[in-house]
Ligand binder design. Structure first.
Ligand code: ATP
Length: 323
């Protein structure tokens, strides 16, 4: 990113990418195309996936050979995550290939051309409202831009990212952002300090489209504004942030899964400064005053969730290692 000196493209690029939580989310209406208009504040949190991209083959660096580039995708089997062309990391790779004219897909080549091996290490909970798939797509965009020496840069990657999903442009940048429209238009937000979270994970996934459908059925439009969250972030005040946390989709997620209200209340009862369903759920996050306090809260609610992690935010953006 922004490097001045010319350098040889690497043969292996590893990108570690954080998940996100929504500190604020309000649904402003339903558009004619079926998408919802949102105003949301997203912040990366320190639960990570890693995407590794590697070039194989003796002719890998030859420009002509790279036109017949093939793509191979692998991952440790993870429930609910497609291992084929439907995986968002693979879809992202195809977008970069189309953009750069690299590769003819899996059908091309005579066996001697180079192969790009894309591997996903998944730790972000799946279909959990933490943008795991979007994070993987962003990681693949960043990794392949580097590996293939495409030099598209983060601004162009964000444009390509918008084709892949509403949260993907945010995941390319990371940090803290105010997102509007369907979520793809983002502006970075000033934030001070580090926030400590207890992340309560429920194994049974919740589908984002189902949650929006439930929202349309049960929710009345809210007038919530993001100002209190923005102000708390500006001053680095966890107590104020705890009070200001807001998610319109929470009522819909709880409509589909009434136990999520109990889980949120368990976090509040244990002393969290604030707690809410993240995005479309079912993950519930609780804000703690300090890292030690987050550890104490985790222990207090360990029986309430299938898995409980602690994390901190903001967690930066995609981090790149090359060799
Ligand atoms: P968001 O917070 O953006 O609404 P989410 O965290 O609720 O997303 P994801 O974990 O991104 O949900 O997964 C949603 C669906 O996307 C999964 O059920 C799965 O079928 C599909 N998917 C495709 N690629 C991936 C991937 N790399 N990781 C996870 N899910 C993926």
């Amino acid at each position: 990113m922004g490097d001045v000196e010319q350098r040889q493209p690497p043969t292996r690029v590893r990108v570690r990418v954080p998940s996100k939580i929504n500190l604020f989310l309000t649904v402003r209406g339903l558009r004619d195309d079926g998408y919802h208009e949102l105003v949301t504040i997203l912040q990366t949190v320190s639960l990570y996936d890693t995407v590794t991209a590697r070039l194989d083959g003796p002719t890998a660096q030859h420009p002509a050979a790279r036109r017949s580039m093939r793509l191979r995708f692998t991952q440790e089997a993870t429930a609910g995550v497609p291992a084929d062309e439907d995986n968002l990391a693979v879809r992202a790779a195809r977008v970069v290939m189309a953009e750069t004219g690299l590769g003819g897909g899996n059908s091309g080549g005579n066996g001697n051309g180079p192969t790009t091996r894309l591997h996903l290490d998944k730790h972000i909970p799946v279909a959990a409202g933490m943008a795991g798939g979007s994070a993987d797509a962003a990681a693949a965009l960043v990794a392949l831009d580097e590996l293939w020496g495409a030099d598209l840069g983060r601004a162009r990657l964000r444009e390509l990212a918008a084709q892949l999903g509403a949260d993907v442009p945010f995941c390319v940048s990371g940090g803290t952002a105010l997102a509007t429209g369907t979520g793809t238009a983002t502006a970075q937000v000033l934030t001070r300090g580090t926030y400590h979270w207890v992340v309560g994970i429920t194994d049974a996934p919740l589908s984002t489209p189902d949650v929006y459908r439930a929202y349309d059925e049960v929710a009345t439009p809210s007038q919530a504004e993001p100002d209190a969250v923005l102000q708390a972030l500006r001053t680095g005040d966890p107590e104020a942030l705890g009070h200001a946390l807001h998610n319109d989709l929470e009522v819909a997620a709880i409509h589909l899964r009434p136990d999520l209200a109990d889980k949120r209340d368990a976090l509040l009862g244990a002393g969290a400064l604030g707690a809410l369903v993240s995005g479309s759920g079912p993950t519930v996050v609780g804000l703690a005053a300090t890292a030690q306090e987050a550890g104490r809260l985790r222990d207090a609610v360990s029986d309430v969730f299938d898995r409980v992690e602690v994390g901190s935010s903001p967690a930066g953006g995609p981090e790149v290692w090359r060799d």
